[in-house]
Design a binder for this molecule. Structure first.
Ligand code: PAF
Length: 283
């Protein structure tokens, strides 16, 4: 089935057939995994991939295994028609939209765990989340066997976990990343921004502003623990309900750092009303 000029693929047999045909024609293949509810951040990944490979396939699958009990699986925004239209207009060649029963059939028992990198930060606040991500991403990479797959830097821990599993499992796909796309006021684009009320939306912009200020303070030589503590307090006073972490970490190991001698990233996760937002900046 096609919408305009994008092929819509619903099962792994058709996915493999399409990819085999492209391969036979000598094309390279790029995969852009998503959970749908697409925005300009996702489309920037498609655009970047179009500069890397001949054929670009996006996937849309709201993966239940990466949602914990009481999280937003049931209300996660879905708009398949709009997503396909956007993908088509951006130039993606195909979209893979499998159903849950085909991804996790009766008896599915395999779990991929990337130990260490998955444990802290979002992993601590969302136990099992990265096992769910690692399992579905491994599955998608094995199903499609793309030359390149791309993931956004907004989910910085997810990116580190995926790079690790690709390396550990010798998966023949190159993992690349796409820069965070932001609204004019600095809020990182996220499908979950749709949950924010008008008042929360105003407060949400403080997340990136606080990170930016934290970067400036760190570069000016202030103590990183003091910046983390004061930034957390500032966000709580500004209306965030809870801050899961505000942390300067090594960009590769994700371990908290005491100075800026290595490649450093500052990461935050905070709750605003019923919405959990994450963001990060390079230092
Ligand atoms: O970042 C996402 O949208 C998801 O975590 C991913 C990588 C598509 C896996 O479900």
């Amino acid at each position: 089935m096609t919408q305009k000029n994008i092929a819509i693929i619903r099962n792994v047999t058709d996915l493999r057939q399409t990819i085999a045909k492209w391969r036979a024609e000598g094309h390279s293949i790029g995969l852009v995994p998503t959970m749908g509810a697409l925005h300009a951040g996702h489309l920037s990944l498609v655009t970047k991939m179009l500069g890397q490979t001949d054929k670009v396939i996006a996937s849309i699958f709201v993966n239940p295994k990466q949602f914990g009990a009481g999280e937003d699986l049931d209300r996660y925004p879905k708009n398949e028609d709009a997503d396909c239209k956007m993908l088509s207009e951006t130039g993606a060649h195909a979209v893979f939209i499998p159903d849950c029963a085909s991804i996790y059939p009766e008896g599915f028992s395999t779990n991929i765990t990337v130990a260490g990198l998955s444990d802290d930060l979002c992993g601590k606040a969302r136990p099992g989340h990265f096992d769910g991500v690692s399992t579905i991403v491994t599955k998608l990479l094995v199903q499609a066997m793309p030359d390149v797959a791309i993931f956004g830097e907004k989910d910085f821990q997810q990116l580190a976990v995926i790079k690790r599993l690709q390396q550990d499992l010798d998966l023949p796909t190159k993992i690349i990343s796409g820069a965070i796309v932001r609204e004019d006021d600095g809020l990182a684009l996220s499908s979950r921004n749709a949950y924010l009320t008008a008042d929360e939306r105003k407060i949400a912009a403080l997340l990136s502003a606080t990170l930016k200020q934290a970067v400036a303070r760190a570069n000016a030589g202030e103590d990183l623990r003091v910046i983390e503590a004061e930034s957390t307090l500032y966000l709580l006073k500004a209306g965030f309900k809870a801050v899961d972490y505000f942390s300067f970490v090594d960009a590769n190991t994700l371990k908290q750092v005491n100075d800026l001698s290595g490649q450093t990233r500052v990461l935050v996760a905070a709750h605003l009303g019923k919405t959990r937002l994450i963001d990060n900046f390079a230092v």
